[in-house]
Ligand binder design. Structure first.
Ligand code: CA
Length: 219
């Protein structure tokens, strides 16, 4: 598994990266909360310290949860009940107090990632809605039997929407998935690509706007 180790303490961080490596995982060391918010894609699990130099880990977790359901295990020196409850309520899958035993940490990582896989979204290769067919593997779109040529960004936007049919997808989730950063001001870029995508599909109502939130594919 690829595991993000979000830890500003070099002693703890280096030891974790090495230990995870010897157990067959690929650990990516991150020192700041913002590193995680920018680099969580492709990561299978996160080990999250709470005392980080740029933000409190609980705040980082909240921001992460707005865009991602990657499994998170909090690993912190904070052992008070309030912090544990806030961590778990804030979307952490598990909570461990330092110093944690390595075997226990590895076991808990396994549990949270297996649980997530069991409930994860199905990976359909083709999505059909009316006469619109989206082939996710080939990255091709047909409308009324005719191929439609989309730009890379337009296709990525479409992909995010069609893999969550009927669900409200926030602008933040779209920007994070397609541009890799939900926290920079690229709102208008999203609008431009969404306008292009809708025009090319030529099926009004297929992607509906949820005012003040985002978009939805299908009905
Ligand atoms: Ca720390």
């Amino acid at each position: 598994m690829q595991i993000a180790v979000v830890e500003d303490d070099d002693g703890v961080g280096d030891a974790l990266v090495e230990a995870l490596g010897t157990h067959g995982h690929q650990a990516v060391r991150m020192r700041r909360g913002s590193d995680l918010l920018l680099g969580h894609r492709g990561v299978d699990a996160v080990i999250l310290d709470l005392g980080l130099p740029d933000a409190d880990g609980l705040q980082v977790l909240r921001q992460l949860r707005a865009v991602s359901d990657v499994p998170v295990v909090i690993l912190t020196a904070r052992d008070d009940e309030r912090s544990v409850v806030r961590g778990l309520r804030g979307g952490a899958d598990d909570y461990l107090v330092k110093p944690a035993r390595l075997a226990e940490l590895l076991a808990r990582l396994d549990v949270v990632t297996q649980r997530r896989r069991a409930t994860g979204p199905s990976s359909a290769q083709t999505v059909t809605q009316g006469d619109v067919v989206v082939d996710l593997a080939a990255r091709e779109v047909e409308v009324g039997g005719a191929p439609v040529s989309l730009t890379a960004k337009e296709f990525e936007l479409l992909e995010v929407l069609v893999t969550r049919p009927g669900a409200a997808v926030s602008r933040q989730q779209l920007m994070d998935a397609v541009w890799g950063d939900a926290y920079v001001a690229i709102s208008r870029t999203l609008d431009v690509h969404m306008t292009g995508l809708r025009a090319k599909l030529g099926r009004p109502g297929l992607i509906s706007t949820i005012r003040g939130y985002g978009y939805r594919w299908g009905t």
